[in-house]
Design a protein around this ligand. Structure first.
Ligand code: HPA
Length: 245
């Protein structure tokens, strides 16, 4: 079986029903990963779990060492990564607690190290990124959602902002004009780094709130937590169906 990893985002620091058999603290040439890599079984299937923001959740999106995380997963033999992330909903279907599997992305981040191939030790490398998310993993997720009876959006464009602040109304309006359906802060460079190392990568984007200006008033942490509670319960079920499939 191909080796599978889940990266857990906000609201998924721990995966319930996951039986941990081993913990790996890896040092990488790029520094320390966000947390220990947890190796174990989920629903009877082998899986590696990494808490993207650390455990407990202490790393802001711009402080995450994306290279160390992806490098570490590669060292452990991972081939497929299903990355769970909390996002804001921009377009109509992206209601709070809903789940989308993005098929495209736009990167608005800055000052993040975007590549493993940055010095003279590597030949200049331009990965193909026409389809940033693995079609086969996305299809498997779509099948799992149908199996579990969970309504999802099978396509979406993910816009990645720098954070850690949330966006302004004008920024979200611009992202909508650009074609973004959801907005998050951690999708890049994670997806590109996985591609650089030849790993399949897909995102389970869980809508935590309406993005700025898409509902009346300001965005509160209480609202985010409440929506994520529901969205992550569905995500756990989705991942069970995914791993069983
Ligand atoms: N914007 C950016 N990232 C997010 C949001 C948001 O509204 N909600 C959850 N992650």
């Amino acid at each position: 079986m191909t080796k599978l990893a889940f990266i857990g985002g906000t609201g998924l620091t721990q995966l319930s029903g996951f039986n941990i058999s081993r913990r790996e603290t890896l040092k990488t040439p790029y520094g320390n990963p966000s947390a220990e890599f947890l190796i174990g079984e989920f629903n009877g299937h082998p899986v590696i779990f990494l808490a993207r923001h650390g455990n407990p959740h202490t790393l802001a999106p711009h402080k995450i060492n994306y290279r160390a995380n992806i490098w570490g997963l590669k060292q452990l033999g991972v081939e497929d990564i299903v990355a769970v992330a909390a996002v804001g909903g921009i377009t109509e279907a992206m209601v709070p607690a809903h789940i989308a599997f993005p098929d495209q992305l736009i990167d608005y981040t800055y000052n993040r190290i975007q590549t493993f191939f940055e010095d003279e030790n590597y030949p200049v490398t331009h990965i193909d990124f026409t389809f940033p998310y693995s079609p086969s993993l996305r299809n498997a997720l779509i099948g799992a959602a149908a199996q579990a009876g969970i309504a999802i959006s099978p396509q979406a464009t993910y816009g990645c902002t720098q954070g850690p602040r949330l966006e302004t109304i004008a920024e979200i309006a611009r992202m909508e004009r650009d074609g973004c359906d959801v907005v998050g802060m951690t999708g890049m460079p994670e997806a590109a780094l996985a591609r650089e190392l030849g790993m399949n990568y897909a995102s389970v984007s869980v809508i935590a709130n309406w993005a700025a200006g898409k509902s009346a008033g300001e965005i509160t942490m209480a609202e985010i937590e409440q929506n994520l509670h529901l969205g992550m319960a569905n995500t756990a079920q989705l991942l069970q169906a995914f791993i069983a499939g």
